[in-house]
Design a protein around this ligand. Structure first.
Ligand code: GRF
Length: 215
């Protein structure tokens, strides 16, 4: 078209890793479609064949694969097999969504700056498992969820998004988990969309926001 410069942006490619239910993955699929992201979720990969989220992904027409950690003698070999599978899809971004594996430093280094995780607590409080029970036991008044870049230290990377929820009188682990999960489904898609739109970068180990997309 003469006289008209059309800037085409390449669709970013996202691979999502899950281990179970996959509600964060489902939220991401839903929001990506409804907001017409300039991105494609090219594959969902699970380390467990029984992960319910695999069926959800397939029903949405997404390629769903399994690489079972139990088939490998050690963490290093599993992580290598996993990254070979991930790299078949040439992702710009790898999203951990309830992926219940500790990752090797080599794996984390390979995806440095393009590997995100969501953790069900207000990090740096309560890294690791059983966050809702531990929050109740500690008597905190606020709990929540954190989206962060993955670094070799478990649940410790630079923070991208957080959502806080109140801890209410009479809360059970299940009630608190549900309140946090509802917020996870809001902040994780938003953090991923902002990543693909270049709205923040990692600078000196911290997340720096930009008012407009940088590419
Ligand atoms: C979420 O609470 C997430 O924060 C944690 O594992 C849970 C996964 O849930 N990492 P789902 O599989 O996304 O439903």
């Amino acid at each position: 078209m003469a006289g008209r410069a059309v800037k085409m942006r390449a669709m970013k490619r996202i691979v999502i890793l899950i281990s179970g239910r996959g509600s964060n993955m489902e939220a991401m699929l839903r929001v990506a479609a409804s907001e017409r992201w300039p991105a494609q979720i090219v594959a969902v990969i699970s380390n467990k064949a029984s992960a319910a989220g695999l069926d959800t992904a397939r029903a949405a027409g997404i390629v769903a694969r399994v690489v079972e950690h139990v088939a490998y003698p050690d963490r290093e070999q599993f992580d290598r097999a996993l990254s070979v599978m991930i790299d078949e899809f040439s992702p710009d971004l790898v999203v951990l969504a309830g992926f219940m594996r500790i990752l090797t430093p080599a794996f984390v280094a390979h995806y440095q700056g393009r590997l995100l995780n969501i953790h069900p607590s207000l990090l740096p409080s309560f890294p690791g498992l059983d966050t809702h029970r531990r929050a109740l036991e500690a008597g905190v008044k606020f709990h929540g969820a954190t989206v962060h870049f993955v670094t070799p230290e478990l649940d410790h990377g630079p923070i991208i998004e957080q959502a806080a929820v109140p801890v209410l009188e009479g809360d059970t682990e299940a009630l608190l988990a549900a309140r946090v999960l509802a917020q996870e489904h809001v902040i994780y898609p938003r953090a991923v969309r902002d990543f693909i739109e270049g709205r923040y970068t990692l600078t000196d180990g911290r997340v720096v926001r930009h008012s407009a997309s940088i590419d």
